[in-house]
Each structure stands twice: as C-alpha cells, then as structure tokens.
Ligand binder design. Structure first.
Ligand SMILES: Cc1ncc(CN)c(N)n1
Length: 220
C-alpha cells in the first residue's frame, strides 16, 4: 500500500519502519495468538494515545496555512474522536472496561514518550514538523490494516483489522498523504527533497516511527 509521494520517501528513509509495521504484536494479532489481556492492555493505552493525537491534530488546525489545510486537519480530529476511539470504547465495553476506567489508566512510559514527542514537534516546530511527526501514526496503521485485511487472518481481532483496513480509514490515509504532499510543495517547492529542511522532516518521521515500534511493547 502506498500513499502519496512524500510518504514512500520518508518511509524508505526510516530505519525502524519494518520493526513498526511487522512487529511481533502485529503478527500475533493477525494469526489470533495474541492473548486477549495483552490486546486489552494495548487498547487502554491506545485510547489515551488517541486523546493526545486528537490534541496534536487540533494543534495542526492552528498551525495550518489555509482553510483547505484547516478543514483536512479538523476532519482528522473528528475521525479520531468519533470513529477510531469508538472502536476502543466498543471493544473495551464488551470486556467490561468502562470509559471512566479507560480514562483512569496510567500512561505507560512508551505512550508518554511518543505522544509528548509529537506534541512538542508541533509546539516548537511549524506545520511541516508536526505533519512529519504525525504521519507514521496514520499511514503505518493504514499499511498494517490493508495488509492484514487482504491476507489470511484469524477472526479474534477482525474488528480491529476491518477498522484500519477498511474504506473509511484508507480514505483518511489518502487524504493525509495528499495534505502532506501539498503542504510540502507549497512551502518548499518541487525540489523539496534536495533541501536541508527535508532532512529535518525525515528525522521527525524516523523518530516518530521508532516510537511507534516501541509502542507495541507496552502491553508485554
Ligand atoms: C500508537 C498508535 N499509532 C497509530 C494509530 C492509528 N491512528 C493508533 N491508533 N495508535
């Protein structure tokens, strides 16, 4: 699965990309060997993660340079709050975990490190810094979801796979890739990848990818 023009280049330049999208957690999720407890522990952490990611995309609304960029970022905030978090609430609710219990979960260090890194990229950097730090999250799960949905997978975690591999999430990925491509070209021009600024953006993307790979380890 490929999204846009910048993403495949950043992806190829990120040393931890395979460790992220082909983590043992992902393989176990696909073949159903992942213990239910580990999945629920991950979901609780991921719920907190999504709260911070919705904040980070909200920050992107304020850093955007045009109405079109603001609309694209606010659509992602809406998708996080109203669609993706609903998956977590539904799956945890079926296991007897209430929204209050989810909100009261103590954040794991991997979660703190990743979410605060992305927020800091937005606070200290510009719109491109923030997008480069946000991209591995959106597009990595799109890639994982599409691959697992297209291949053989056990029924145990089919809802999760269908959410990230499904049409709505895939459309979000293509929209995010277009947002990134247009934002890079309008600010840096067609020769963006030859500029020193490109290296800084690659660095943001690579660090966020490393933190994504570490995120899978928080559920034991
Ligand atoms: C840690 C993580 N990364 C990415 C996604 C997909 N939005 C997620 N739910 N959680």
């Amino acid at each position: 699965m490929s999204y846009g023009t910048c993403f495949p280049l950043w992806r190829a330049g990120a040393p931890d990309w395979d460790a992220y999208v082909r983590a043992p957690f992902v393989t176990a999720l696909a073949d159903g060997r992942l213990p239910r407890g580990a999945f629920l522990a991950y979901l609780a952490q991921d719920y907190l993660f999504l709260v911070h990611f919705a904040r980070a995309w909200s920050l992107a609304v304020t850093k955007a340079g045009s109405l079109a960029e603001m609309r694209a970022c606010s659509a992602t905030v809406h998708a996080l709050l109203e669609t993706e978090m609903r998956l977590h609430l539904d799956l945890c609710g079926r296991a007897g975990i209430t929204p209050d219990a989810l909100a009261a979960t103590a954040e794991a260090p991997q979660n703190l490190a990743y979410t605060r890194y992305v927020l800091e990229a937005g606070y200290s950097g510009d719109f491109l810094d923030l997008l480069a730090a946000l991209a591995p999250c959106v597009l990595g799960y799109g890639e994982i979801g599409a691959r697992l949905l297209a291949g053989p997978h056990a029924p145990d975690y089919a809802d999760w796979i269908a959410t990230y591999g499904g049409a709505d999430y895939q459309a979000l990925c293509h929209g995010t890739a277009a947002l990134i491509d247009n934002a890079v070209e309008s600010r840096l021009g067609a020769g963006a990848r030859d500029l020193p600024r490109w290296t800084q953006l690659q660095d943001r993307f690579s660090t966020a990818t490393r933190l994504e790979a570490q995120f899978w380890t928080l559920a034991g």
